[in-house]
Design a protein around this ligand. Structure first.
Ligand code: MN
Length: 719
């Protein structure tokens, strides 16, 4: 078991620890020992060994003091009685937030379903972490758990190894921490493919001596050749890691014996200029393998990695991979992000703190930020502002833009799920359909075949997919409505003139008129009339000579005929001759059951119901009016607005509202204004079942002492 003093010593190699820092590290150690006391690892070791090893790994990653302390405390909140509040009061907010972040990542549900969506899950981890150090601590935690995986049950080994392979090794690679990536890959490989692993390591062990001899000799020759060019880089020789060899065998379909570039040399130079000079010298000495040269100095990898790579045919006619880089580039290649950090008195320098967040954002967006000013822009906005990660009930992961609602989520699953979405449960609780989803939410959509998309949805959905699909549905629906409406208008217009539209159509009497109007078929005609592009009257005039039109075609007579085809609809209003037509109540007059009403056939939006005496009706096309009547079974609720003028004295408002409630009329909104005379004017938005209920309550209010007048207002907001 690593000792605390070893860790402190390691940390002191790359940053200067103050006495206070050391004190804090020791305090964390004592606290962790206390809360974990009595707990054991599966290996039988005391639990404390784990946080200690994790901190040791963090020191190897050259992280800051807060990360080292968090390493010691990272399992306390999850696995002991310790609380976040306690951690904060003892170690400060920063540490508490880091511990909380590591705990949260540990609680993300990794299921076999997610295997197929590894990238989404990696992003979820980054989004949850909010601070790149949380990810690094989690990597250290995972590395130690992988090192001790043999003590777990086999099914657990497989699960943890596959999660490591799919999620954590790629994260580590992305962060550029080579040694951690390699070790995570090798350890996952060992538990996921134990047979291949055993065989390959046996072969490697067998070869190792020969390789080592080769490396030694090649190194001597390399030093000699380079000194001819006055170049003296530091040279290290090494072998590929086991999984690296295995991957190469898989990718190129090679037998172990045929994997030649197992040997690799690393040449560390003093300057970038020397890198290219060294490359020239190497190529002058040995033949380069075509297509293997890569200049990652001019074009760095996304994780900041810089180096020159080449493969040459070496002195033993074997392929040798050669990497050439400066000392600074080497630091980055070894420790990844943390190598950019600058420490001031053991704490992260301000610039490095920016880097911590910027890196996370960069990783999350999975693209390369090259320009340093972009880092600043990136952190000015809210971190990870653009996306949320949402789970389906069976553990699938969806990435949606921030502000996404259950409707967006439903459409992201399937168009039909979106179109039929009636309700949504978020984390088991019913929410409104415009509820904004948060990362980590589990969302369940309830559908119904009676549900249709609603124009209001367009006001809150944020994904373009959902918007398009809602618009498409509405457009198709408008066409359907227009077709029905257009057909009825044609039939009515002809009937008013004593003609049978359908019979004439069948006999072909309308052909000429239709072609004159440039209408290709009957469906086209219905749409054109329904959308108001042409009028039924135009058609009539073209189809029938005007002197033969029946002048006695008065509407009353015709209406009586149509009355026989009355059908019911859900809206509480019966529309003659129309099945399945959308009905809306006009907001201008807000009719109540019991009042005389008229329908107005809108262009593509079904039928709007107005009061018979509504002023608006005077403005509209008389051809588009239609007789409608209330369904006798319909009992609201319908909105109404009442204006009450009364004397401005205490208690009167409560008398009025009491009158409403004793008439069982609900008030949805009330506003009272004093006038300059001694009066007050109250506006009450109420909900009633029909006209008689409204009239009754208005009568009762008129009787309240102090009330001067009660009026009904026309304009009202929709329910
Ligand atoms: Mn742990």
């Amino acid at each position: 078991m690593i000792r605390l003093n070893d860790i402190i010593e390691d940390v002191n190699k790359y940053l200067h620890l103050s006495e206070k820092d050391v004190e804090m590290i020791k305090k964390a150690y004592v606290y962790s020992a206390k809360v974990h006391s009595g707990q054991k690892r599966s290996s039988g070791e005391p639990y404390l060994s784990h946080p200690l090893e994790v901190s040791g790994i963090l020191a190897q990653m050259k992280l800051d003091v807060s990360s080292i302390i968090t390493g010691l405390l990272h399992d306390t909140v999850e696995d002991t009685l310790a609380t976040s509040e306690e951690i904060e009061s003892m170690f400060g907010k920063e540490i508490a937030v880091l511990v909380e972040g590591v705990t949260k990542i540990g609680q993300l549900p990794y299921t076999s379903k997610i295997e197929r969506q590894a990238e989404g899950f990696r992003k979820l981890i980054l989004a949850t972490a909010k601070d790149i150090r949380v990810v690094l601590i989690k990597l250290a935690d995972r590395l130690h758990n992988m090192r001790t995986l043999e003590h777990l049950r086999e099914d657990k080994q497989k699960r943890i190894a596959s999660e490591t392979f799919d999620i954590y090794a790629p994260l580590s690679h992305r962060l550029g921490i080579n040694w951690v990536t390699n070790e995570l890959e090798d350890l996952s490989f060992k538990f996921l493919n134990p047979d291949e692993y055993k065989q390959l390591s046996k072969q490697i062990t067998k070869q190792r001596k020969a390789w080592e001899a080769h490396v030694k000799e090649a190194k001597v020759i390399l030093i000699e050749k380079l000194s001819d060019f006055d170049l003296t880089p530091e040279i290290t020789g090494r072998f590929k890691h086991i999984y690296g060899i295995y991957r190469k065998m898989q990718e190129q379909n090679l037998e172990f014996e045929n994997v030649y570039d197992v040997m690799a040399f690393r040449l560390i130079t003093n300057s970038q200029k020397e890198c290219y000079e060294t490359l020239g010298a190497v190529h002058a000495s040995w033949k380069p393998v075509p297509g293997r040269f890569k200049d990652y100095i001019a074009l760095p990898k996304g994780n900041g990695y810089q180096s020159l790579h080449t493969t040459v045919i070496g002195p033993f006619n074997e392929r040798m991979e050669i990497q050439i880089r400066t000392r600074a580039m080497h630091e980055i290649a070894e420790s990844g992000v943390a190598s950019h950090w600058e420490y001031k008195e053991g704490k992260l320098d301000k610039g490095s703190t920016y880097e911590i967040y910027a890196t996370l954002r960069q990783l999350l967006e999975w693209k390369d930020i090259q320009d340093p000013t972009e880092y600043m822009d990136a952190i000015k906005g809210e971190l990870i502002a653009n996306v949320v990660y949402i789970f389906t009930p069976n553990g699938d992961l969806k990435e949606l833009p921030t502000g996404a609602t259950p409707i967006d989520f439903a459409y992201s699953i399937h168009t039909e799920v979106g179109n039929r979405c009636t309700r949504a449960n978020v984390n088991g609780k019913l929410v409104p359909l415009n509820h904004q989803l948060k990362t980590g939410d589990t969302v369940e959509i309830v559908t119904s075949k009676d549900q249709n998309p609603n124009r209001d949805w367009l006001k809150f959905v944020v994904t373009s997919g959902a918007k398009t699909k809602i618009r498409n549905w509405l457009r198709a629906e408008e066409r359907k409505q227009s077709e029905i409406v257009g057909k009825s208008i044609c039939e009515r217009k002809f009937k008013q003139n004593g003609l049978d539209f359908q019979a004439m159509l069948k006999k072909g009497n309308l052909k000429k008129a239709l072609s004159e109007l440039k209408i290709k078929d009957v469906k086209d005609l219905y749409l054109a009339v329904g959308f108001g592009k042409i009028s039924a009257n135009d058609l009539l005039k073209k189809a029938v000579p005007s002197d033969t039109l029946d002048s006695k075609g008065d509407r009353e007579r015709i209406d009586k005929i149509i009355k026989t085809i009355t059908s019911s609809s859900d809206g509480g209003v019966l529309v003659r001759g129309y099945d399945d037509v959308m009905i809306r109540f006009a907001n201008c007059c807000s009719p109540l059951p019991g009042e005389d009403i008229v329908g107005y056939i809108t262009r593509g939006k079904g039928i709007t119901i107005h009061r018979n005496d509504c002023q608006r009706l005077l403005e509209v096309d008389i051809d588009r009016r239609i007789d409608v009547e209330w369904d006798s079974k319909f009992k609201g609720p319908r909105p109404a607005r009442i204006l009450v003028t009364c004397t401005d004295k205490p208690g009167i408002l409560s008398s009025i509202t009491n009158t409403f409630s004793s008439s069982e009329v609900n008030i949805s909104k009330a506003e009272i204004h004093s006038t300059d005379v001694e009066d007050a004017i109250g506006t009450f938005d109420v909900v009633v079942s029909d006209l008689s209920q409204l009239e009754d309550v208005m009568k009762s209010i008129k009787k309240v002492k102090g009330v001067k007048s009660v009026e009904r207002m026309q304009e009202i907001e929709a329910l």
